[in-house]
Ligand binder design. Structure first.
Ligand SMILES: O=C(CO)[C@H](O)[C@H](O)COP(=O)(O)O
Length: 218
C-alpha cells in the first residue's frame, strides 16, 4: 500500500466520526482526503469550520458550507493530520503552516481525531523541524530565544501564514518533555503559537498501516 493509499484509508475511517453537526477540518494532504470523503456524506452534517484558507476553499468547492468559528459553539470533532505523533498522542503539526488556526479549532472541539499514515508515528518528537509562528518584528529576538532552548531556527523563506505572520522551523530538538517545551516556547514574546500539540494532543489516532487502519485512544 502506498503512503497516499494509507492517507485515503484513514480519511475514510474518520468520516465515521462525522455523524452530524459541524465538523472542524484541518489542513494538509491527509485532511484534503478527509474533505473529499466528507463530501460524500455532506447531507448529514450542518457544515464545517476550516483551519486555513486552503481548507475553506476545498470545502466550498465540494459544496460544504464553511462557518465562522465565532458563530458556532463547541464542535464535536476536529479532524486533522500530523507531521509526527507519538503513541501518547502528542504531535508536531504545522508543516503546512496552519498551526495556529489548527490549534484554535482543536481547542474548540470535544474530540481531536488525528489521521496519519504510519510514517508519522515516532518514539520521540523532534526529527521533523518544529514550526513556530512569529510576529514579523519579533523574528530575530524569537530566533535567539529558541537557540537558548537548544534549537536551530530557520526562517521559512517566502512564506506568510494566513494570519500575516512568519514561520521559524526549529531543527535539532529532541523533545523528551513536549508539554514543558510547548509552554516554554509560548512564553517567548512575539510567538503566536508553536506546532507542539502536547497540552492538547489528539484523543484518537487513526493510523494507516500496511495491515489496515489501527486505532489508538488516549
Ligand atoms: O499540520 C499540518 C498543516 O499545518 C498538517 O496536518 C501536517 O503538515 C500533515 O500534513 P500531511 O497530511 O500533508 O502529511
Amino acid at each position: 500500500m502506498t503512503q497516499d493509499e494509507m492517507k485515503q484509508a484513514v480519511a475514510r475511517a474518520a468520516v465515521d466520526y462525522a455523524r452530524s453537526g459541524i465538523v472542524g477540518v484541518g489542513t494538509g494532504s491527509t485532511a484534503n482526503y478527509f474533505i473529499d470523503a466528507l463530501a460524500e456524506v455532506k447531507g448529514r452534517i450542518d457544515g464545517a469550520v476550516a483551519s486555513s484558507e486552503a481548507t475553506a476553499a476545498r470545502l466550498k468547492r465540494h459544496g460544504i458550507q464553511v462557518l465562522d468559528l465565532n458563530s458556532v459553539g463547541e464542535l464535536e470533532i476536529y479532524v486533522d493530520g500530523a507531521d509526527e505523533i507519538t503513541e501518547h498522542l502528542a504531535m508536531i503539526k504545522g508543516g503546512g503552516g496552519a498551526l495556529t488556526r489548527e490549534k484554535i479549532v482543536a481547542a474548540c472541539s470535544k474530540q481531536f481525531i488525528c489521521i496519519a499514515d504510519e510514517s508519522k508515528l515516532v518514539g520521540v518528537l523532534g526529527t521533523f523541524p518544529l514550526p513556530v509562528e512569529v510576529i514579523p518584528m519579533a523574528r530575530s529576538y524569537v530566533a535567539r530565544e529558541l537557540v537558548k532552548l537548544g534549537g536551530q531556527p530557520r526562517l521559512r523563506e517566502g512564506y506568510t501564514t494566513d494570519n500575516g505572520n512568519l514561520i521559524l522551523d526549529v531543527h535539532g530538538l529532541s523533545i523528551v518533555d513536549p508539554v514543558s517545551l510547548e509552554t516554554a516556547i509560548n512564553l517567548i514574546v512575539g510567538v503566536v503559537s508553536n506546532g507542539l500539540f502536547a497540552r492538547r494532543g489528539a484523543d484518537v489516532l487513526l493510523l494507516g498501516t500496511e495491515s489496515g487502519v489501527k486505532t489508538y485512544k488516549r
